[in-house]
Design a protein. Structure first.
Length: 310
């Protein structure tokens, strides 16, 4: 799938070296199709790393995807330069009058705070409410999934006794729903979090349909409003070394951290991490783009999404 991004975005060179087709503005203008407009609200501190991970994940269908990056105005980033943000990111104030086919809201390292204590919480609530009328389908990742479940359905997160960290086995439920088409009965996916929304509370919420869960890690995937809201509690976008970097970072700081589950060969951190979740991660994003964005969005993005034929 061609992804259209700004021609001087730093991750463009990396994507091209990985043989991922990246389209610049000039070529996109000569494509006689209506591209899919995807908005990414990037709340992660290392924004360029997250950009690369998500663009990889969106690169596996024939659809042309135009990606716009958004940052919050009510928080000052300490890990990404202002020059990068000013050049490649827009704010909600600049974008709120537009409509988008799909949106991804990333996680953020604020899960141990109460939602209302997060300095950009009010802005995020406004954005989440705005998606109901301006976005066909929205994916909420990790902490954003907890935030979305709390805001939309009043489900509370709870602290874990120890960090949920590593690769965990999940089983697929409701297999006939298109979002999990092509999934194996059991699959691995990364988790990295200190809190959870109890799976029993999610099952008890009549608005939510659970599509994949783990006996150890709880929820992985759920949806609501016929796919207009999708909640992913793990990190399918993570690359091979993300958990390795988190583990070594916490070790160097003397923080309590266990070796990530099912991640290193022979459970030895000196060995190269095993990449065992990429296929299902790609399948998830491909199904989302095809069935819940491309198939459902109005051609001119004016009107009501159509999920009737999915």
């Amino acid at each position: 799938m061609p992804i259209k991004i700004q021609s001087d975005l730093p991750v463009k060179e990396i994507l091209e070296k990985e043989n991922i087709f990246v389209m610049d503005e000039n070529r996109a203008l000569h494509q006689d199709i209506r591209p899919i407009q995807i908005l990414i609200l990037n709340l992660m501190p290392l924004k360029e790393e997250t950009e690369l991970q998500l663009l990889r994940s969106l690169s596996n269908t024939p659809l042309q995807v135009d990606v716009t990056f958004m940052t919050v105005e009510s928080h000052e980033s300490k890990n990404t330069s202002m020059s990068h943000l000013n050049k490649f990111y827009q704010t909600f104030s600049e974008l709120k009058h537009q409509k988008f086919d799909g949106m991804i809201i990333t996680g953020a390292p604020v899960e141990q705070m109460e939602f209302e204590e997060v300095d950009y919480w009010k802005e995020l609530v406004e954005i989440m409410d705005w998606t109901d009328s301006h976005v066909t389908s929205t994916i909420y990742l990790c902490w954003a999934a907890q935030a979305g479940l709390y805001h939309h359905y009043g489900l509370q997160k709870k602290p874990l006794d120890s960090k949920m960290f590593g690769l965990f086995w999940h089983k697929v439920l409701n297999r006939k729903i298109p979002l999990v088409r092509g999934f194996d009965d059991m699959f691995l996916a990364p988790h990295s979090r200190h809190t959870e929304v109890p799976i029993a509370d999610i099952h008890a919420c009549k608005e939510l349909t659970v599509l994949a869960e783990s006996e150890e890690a709880g929820l992985f995937l759920a949806m609501a409003d016929d796919g207009r809201k999708i909640f992913v509690m793990g990190h399918p976008e993570y690359d091979r070394i993300t958990l390795d970097g988190e583990y070594k970072r916490d070790m160097s700081k003397g923080l309590p951290i266990d070796i990530p589950e099912n991640y290193y060969k022979d459970n030895d951190p000196e060995n190269k991490p095993l990449l065992m979740w990429r296929a299902h991660a790609n399948n998830l994003y491909t199904n989302w783009l095809n069935y819940y964005v491309y198939q459902a969005t109005p051609y001119d993005m004016i009107g009501t999404p159509d999920f009737a034929n999915i």
